[in-house]
Design a protein around this ligand. Sequence first.
Ligand SMILES: [Cu+2]
Length: 75
Amino acid sequence: MSNKEDTFVVEDMHCNACVNTITKTLISNDSVSNVEADLSSKEVTVEYDDENFDVEEILSSLDMIGFPATVKKKP
Ligand SMILES: [Cu+2]
């Protein structure tokens, strides 16, 4: 198991209900070990096992619950 961390920008994350929906959805995946959503920056940082899960799958699970996201470019 190898852990990877990526940050996503979710423009439609407006309030704590959005934060809860996003966090619960992502953390319910066994390959995700941690989710940190920041409302003010609209950023969601996901720590996951990159042998079983990847960026595309994270993007599509967010898309399915109505929160299209983009990957934040690493500095
Ligand atoms: Cu909301």
